[in-house]
Design a protein around this ligand. Sequence first.
Ligand code: ATP
Length: 234
Amino acid sequence: MTEPHLSLRGLNGWYGESHVLHGVDLEVPEGETVTLIGRNGAGKTTTLRAITGLLKRRTGEIRLHGRELIGLPAYAAARAGIAYVPEERGIFAALTVKENLTLPPVLAEGGMSLTEIYRLFPNLEERASSPGTKLSGGEQQMLAMARVLRNGARLLLLDEPTEGLAPVVVQRIGEVLKALKAAGMTILLVEQNFRFARRLADRFYVMEHGRIVDQVTTRDAGVRIASLQSYLGV
Ligand code: ATP
């Protein structure tokens, strides 16, 4: 059997003395889109931060194609091909769209060229000389995604990319993620918008109180919608 792109085993994580992740087990097979759902405070963002190494205090296993990442600093995870788009997006507000996309050391081996980025996000080309501060929420989200694609990452971690965005923008982000998936990208998505996630995800993991409490493939999701929605508290 081939190694999953990402696998978490018995992952524990802490903020200071506060124990937040309690033995998280999760697998993201190569090329799949996996969605992590759960109520506010369940530990979804913390899981992404633990994978990237931004959460310093963590134990257990985090394997990327079988290679252990625990103990390595955050830049090593980035260099190993993990891209993280946080909920707050992390773009440079004072710089233009084009500067955000071209500022060194953004371009890396295997990264998308500006032409490819603009093909995927035509609105970013139109806004190339606008400063980050003048972008709409949707444009900021797309810019944040475009920046990490310049890095040549093959595993994309996205934290609630649709939060606060208009339906037409949500749809556009869904199309972009589908295109990335078709190009072979592996995606781990934290999402509260179940309708959106259902169109993209191959499987769902449900998180509660820092633990994975259920796993559902999209094939089952139809019959189990009610239980998934109850996890989300909707
Ligand atoms: P949300 O959708 O609200 O972001 P989440 O599932 O992503 O929810 P986390 O943000 O991972 O949840 O939070 C998990 C727990 O860790 C919560 O109890 C939260 O209060 C706590 N927590 C989050 N960030 C910190 C921090 N910087 N310091 C201390 N505790 C934190």
